[in-house]
Design a protein around this ligand. Structure first.
Ligand SMILES: Cc1cc2nc3c(=O)[nH]c(=O)nc-3n(C[C@H](O)[C@H](O)[C@H](O)COP(=O)(O)OP(=O)(O)OC[C@H]3O[C@@H](n4cnc5c(N)ncnc54)[C@H](O)[C@@H]3O)c2cc1C
Length: 440
């Protein structure tokens, strides 16, 4: 089985597939696991249950950022409203890059059963020969060029590697998925722009240390710039500063593979902004890793076509505020579980995966719809109304409670221990295999 994308959904799926005896291959466009991106969070019992069943919850907790309260200020630095840490950070918040490294390491168990070192991802375009049979091979620095479905497989050509045939192909390659484009249609058919852009990058060492010590956000109608601090990467002591920006804009035309073009778009968007925004935004020029994307929503009428299926942001992305990371983890769990339960019948597995997951992620996605407007309201009146909500503990508690309810609203079958579940409909006991039965 081929999985495209090694960020969150891809390695999580690979982990479960390897556990059920498959030997997936994961292909990643970037030359190594991607760094960058600010914090992502998990909230609600479904996210935590899946992470616990994967055996990564403790590792993730060890690397949690702890979240930080955010103070919204005016142009004189005076407090207007405060956003409590748990509002932005859920139950567990972790840097996306750290999460990706943990999942990657966990999807490649060593022969002894220990997991690899999350601090040492490999950058190679060759198959990973250190993984034992029954586990996962990672191919970095390559991308699928074409997909041709045949009676018993999918013939895949690559930008760099030699063509191969796989039984199934899963697109876990994000909002701008190549698998979706090749197998389902052009991006414009499935991705709607929700009127805002989001950007995040680390502050260069020494930049605005006074600001980074006290997380603050400065907003003007239609644009927000925040600065905060997050723990350094594994093995590095202390904290580093980071920015997180949200601005309203029609769809922009820029080269997604060219950071200079993205930096220019950000600099333009904050021209003439007050407070110390120019000083902060200027630091983007020196940013090594930049996260920049439109706040969008992905709606694909059917997540599978023949032997090809979509997972995570590629299928049901919501960029920010739609619990995309938790939904990717839960989706990987359900997809792998249904594949194992269907015992080779991918049609049945894909159908059940979608039936079980779609109502859940659709609700989660809804949260993303108002995120841009909440963070960077378009008018002064709307900003005042947002601040009033933030300053009202009862309103905040209600909003948090609603998010928790939505993110818990799925029944998770215990695929790895089928006898302990009463909710799984029909799969025969022998359909779920352990590690010993390797499947390609
Ligand atoms: C660099 C980066 C930074 C991010 N930062 C944040 C953040 O700060 N906050 C937040 O809420 N969300 C962030 N996200 C999005 C967040 O990770 C996802 O919304 C969520 O975790 C779902 O993950 P996913 O694995 O489905 O998709 P993604 O995390 O988007 O991962 C998709 C992966 O597929 C790879 N890929 C893309 N095209 C191809 C191709 N043609 N062939 C092979 N591989 C391909 C990408 O390089 C990436 O590794 C970021 C994503 C990325 C890639």
């Amino acid at each position: 089985m081929l999985i495209s994308g090694a960020s969150v959904a891809g390695p999580a799926l690979a982990y479960w597939l390897a556990r059920y005896g498959y030997r997936p291959t994961v292909i990643e466009l970037a030359p190594a696991l991607r760094g960058g991106g600010f914090a992502v969070d998990f909230r609600g019992s479904a996210h935590l249950t899946v992470l616990e069943r994967m055996g990564v919850l403790d590792k993730i907790k060890q690397r949690r950022t702890g979240g930080s309260p955010m103070t919204f200020i005016d142009d004189q630095g005076r407090q207007l409203a405060a956003m409590p840490a748990e509002f932005a950070a859920g139950e567990v918040e972790i840097l996306r890059s750290e999460l990706s490294r943990i999942l990657y390491a966990h999807s490649r168990p060593t022969p002894e059963g220990a997991t690899g070192d999350p601090g040492a991802p490999e950058a190679t375009s060759k198959p990973d020969t250190s993984a034992t049979s029954g586990t996962t091979a990672y191919l970095f620095g390559d991308s699928i060029r074409s997909l041709t479905e045949t009676a018993d497989g999918v013939h895949v050509t690559f930008e760099r590697g030699a063509p191969r045939t796989f039984d199934l192909v899963i697109g876990a390659d994000g909002l701008h998925s190549t698998v979706r484009r090749l197998a389902f249609g052009p991006e414009e058919e499935f991705v709607s722009h929700l009127g805002y852009y989001v950007a995040g990058w680390d502050l260069p060492p020494g930049a605005a240390p006074d600001l980074a010590a006290r997380p603050v956000g400065y907003g003007e109608p239609g644009r927000l710039a925040t600065v905060g601090r997050v723990p350094r990467r594994a093995g590095e002591p202390g904290y580093r500063g980071e920015t997180f920006c949200v601005f309203a804009s029609e769809g922009l035309s820029y080269d997604r593979r060219d950071p200079r073009s993205q930096k220019e778009a950000i600099l333009q968007a904050y021209k003439g902004a007050g407070w110390r925004t120019p000083e902060l935004i200027e630091t983007v020029r020196d940013a090594d890793e930049l996260y920049f994307d439109a706040i969008s929503r992905v709606d694909v009428p059917s997540w599978s076509t023949g032997r090809i299926a979509l997972l995570g942001d590629a299928a049901y992305g919501a960029t920010v505020g739609g619990m995309g990371t938790g939904s990717a983890i839960v989706g990987a769990y359900v997809l792998a579980g249904e594949l194992a339960a269907a015992n080779g019948d991918h049609r049945q597995a894909f159908t059940r995966y979608e039936q079980k997951l779609r109502p859940y992620v659709t609700q989660c996605q809804e949260g993303g719809r108002g995120t841009g407007e909440f963070l960077a309201p378009a008018t002064q009146e709307a900003m005042d109304a947002r601040n009033a909500v933030l300053n009202d503990p009862a309103a905040l508690t209600a909003m948090l409670g609603q998010a928790h309810e939505i993110s818990a609203n799925i029944t998770l079958d215990d695929y790895a221990h089928p006898s302990s579940t009463s909710t799984h409909p029909t799969a025969p006991a022998g359909a779920r295999t352990g590690r010993s039965q390797a499947r390609p």
